[in-house]
Ligand binder design. Structure first.
Ligand code: PGA
Length: 252
């Protein structure tokens, strides 16, 4: 049985004070003793420490939205795995489509980051997903398979890895993939992992869905056999909505 995982990706939203308040609301509504599924929140780097002090010791996992693959050095504007670990992060999102689209990330930089973060013991959420043009051209399977294969190249042990399937056309657009559309791609991702790592590893791998998940569609998505939770953008900026989604995962 795979434990579901729901992570709120706050993206470039909220000051330190606003992030602190939102984290307090999430924790209060979830309840300190919550244990129904794995939960994380990913504030901006600036708010990581403040949010960490709110959720420290609680079941909510401090998550970074990105990392660099080198330890230190001349990489202006970047933050390393070593630094996010020292700041208290246990989880990191890598290769989000916005990073790929606006900041030039490719399957090979994603691969370097995944290698680094996994070797340092972080729980990695590796994001994959096709654009609208790719879906319409009928190449969703090919695109997602190569994102998975190339993102994991040279990694022998994927224990603890999480993959997030986020169709780019569904992110922040209000257009959710139907549960059947999402399930089809999740099943395909698991099949790719079977080929690369075998049945046992594939059956343990958690695959999150992301893209306009809301309290109203969460339960249906999480009921699908290969959907093991969600990566939540917009709805994670509202504590009540986020907690409702987490509870839907805990119940499915
Ligand atoms: P959304 O974002 O829920 O706002 O669509 C999801 C994501 O980008 O992780």
């Amino acid at each position: 049985m795979r434990t579901k995982i729901v992570v709120g990706n706050w993206k470039m939203n909220n000051t330190i004070a606003e992030s602190t308040q939102l984290a307090q609301e999430v924790l209060a509504q979830l309840g300190e003793g919550f244990s129904g599924c794995e939960v994380g929140i990913a504030p901006t780097f600036l708010a990581i420490q403040a949010v960490g002090s709110v959720i420290g010791g609680s079941p909510v996992q401090l998550t970074a939205q990105n990392c660099h693959y080198e330890n230190d050095g001349a990489f202006t504007g970047e933050v390393s795995v070593r630094m996010i670990k020292a700041a208290g992060c246990s989880h990191v999102i890598i290769g989000h489509s916005e990073r790929r689209q606006y900041f030039g990330e490719t399957n090979s930089t994603v691969n370097l980051k995944v290698k680094k973060a996994m070797s340092e013991g972080l729980t990695v959420i590796m994001c994959v997903g096709e654009t609208l043009e790719e879906r319409e051209a009928g190449v969703t399977g090919a695109v997602v398979s190569s994102q998975v294969r190339e993102g994991l190249e040279g990694i022998d042990d994927i224990t603890g890895l999480v993959i997030a399937y986020e169709p780019v056309w569904a992110i922040g657009t209000g257009k959710t993939a139907s549960s059947a559309q999402a399930e089809e791609v999740h099943d395909l991702i698991r099949t790719v992992i079977v080929k690369l790592y075998g049945e046992a590893v594939a059956s343990e791998l958690r695959i999150q869905y992301g893209g306009s998940v809301k309290p109203s569609n969460a339960a249906e998505l999480f009921a699908m056999p290969n959907i093991d939770g969600g990566l939540i953008g917009g709805a994670s900026l509202n504590a009540a909505d986020f907690v409702a989604i987490v509870k839907a995962a805990a119940e499915n």
